[in-house]
Design a protein around this ligand. Structure first.
Ligand code: NDP
Length: 296
């Protein structure tokens, strides 16, 4: 029978473990703190930030929030990041993307102290990941790794296909899968919008990670019997619901479920894991900054 992976349940188990780490840090007089910076009036960004702050409170992480006018000069954002870099109560900093067009987002990522870069997007942390010595693994791919582990899916020796090559999901996901480490050692193919015959690639794969942002683009006919299918995509499509839309993944769940051995739903699969791994990185950041190892 197909195993439908419950991201909320796996995430809750990890959060329980984090609470123990936070208790450990409390014994050393440390409360982890995560700063969120919002420079946008986009309702989706506001919702993401408030979800992250709420998740912090639930596990006992202090949450510090800074909100900037989207029309403010870029220097104001860099000044805020600098102030948070220097604040010892702040262990992790997250600038909610996207930032307004007049702010260079790459410069924003570079401005964050790499030891507080809990998203793992600073070039130093990207380099460490590629070199096989990660400090902070990017939250979504790390969450996928934890889901695979929770379902006892062996990556070593498996043929994996990652659909998508973005800096935040596809590339770091592929990097984690090829590491000589637990959760890695997979033979990994990265597909993107210029891939010639996507179905030919996915049909060969033991593990398919879909992160393209195209509603239900992968159906059961594109999968190998017994495959593991992790759906990162979150897409709004018009629907006859109260809100006028519904969320679907990049995978057509009904037909894929018929073929796959393990599959994640949307919502309730990868989504809850992303925030969980942000909390994980914040606790890890506090532990590194205070040189107080905790078991995570
Ligand atoms: P991006 O738009 O940055 O990247 C999408 C990638 O998919 C690109 O590399 C693009 O190729 C590739 N792609 C697009 N269309 C196709 C196609 N038809 N065939 C093959 N490849 C294609 O998106 P993100 O990586 O930021 O996000 C991907 C999805 O994951 C989105 O739905 C997003 O909402 C979701 N997401 C979910 C998270 C969660 O917590 N669950 C967290 C982050 C993202 P190319 O490079 O050639 O343009």
């Amino acid at each position: 029978m197909t195993h439908v992976l419950d991201g909320n349940a796996v995430g809750d188990r990890i959060r329980d473990g984090l609470r123990e780490g936070i208790d450990d840090l409390a014994d050393a007089g440390v409360t982890p703190g995560l700063a969120t910076v919002l420079m946008s009036d986009d309702p989706a960004s506001e919702t993401y930030v408030s979800m992250k702050m709420k998740a912090c409170e639930e596990v006992g992480i202090d949450s510090i929030h800074r909100e900037l006018d989207p029309d403010a000069p870029a220097e104001e954002l860099f000044g805020t990041v600098e102030e948070l870099n220097d604040d010892p109560a702040v262990n992790g900093i997250l600038v909610q993307m996207p930032v307004p067009d007049h702010v260079d987002d790459r410069e924003v990522l570079r401005s964050i102290d790499p030891l507080k870069d809990v998203d793992g997007f600073h070039p130093e942390n990207v380099g460490r990941l590629v070199a096989g010595n990660p400090r902070f693994k990017p939250c979504t791919p790390h969450g996928v790794q934890k889901l695979l582990d929770a379902a006892d899916v062996e990556t070593e020796g498996a043929d994996a296909v990652v659909v998508g090559r973005s800096d935040i999901v596809g590339k770091p996901m592929a990097n984690l899968l090829i590491q000589k480490a637990d959760g890695g050692n997979a033979t990994t193919t990265v597909c993107h919008s210029r891939t010639g015959d996507l179905a030919a690639k996915t049909r060969e794969a033991d593990i398919v990670i879909a992160a393209a942002g195209v509603p239900e683009m992968i159906d059961g006919s594109m999968l190998k019997e017994g495959a593991t299918v992790i759906d990162v995509g979150v897409n709004r499509v018009d629907a006859d619901t109260e809100k006028g839309y519904e969320l679907v993944g990049d995978v057509e769940f009904e037909s894929a479920e018929e073929v796959a051995d393990v599959i994640t739903p949307v919502p309730g699969g990868v989504g809850p894991m992303t925030i969980t791994m942000l909390l994980y990185n914040t606790v890890k950041a506090a532990s590194l900054q205070h040189d107080h190892p905790v078991d995570l």
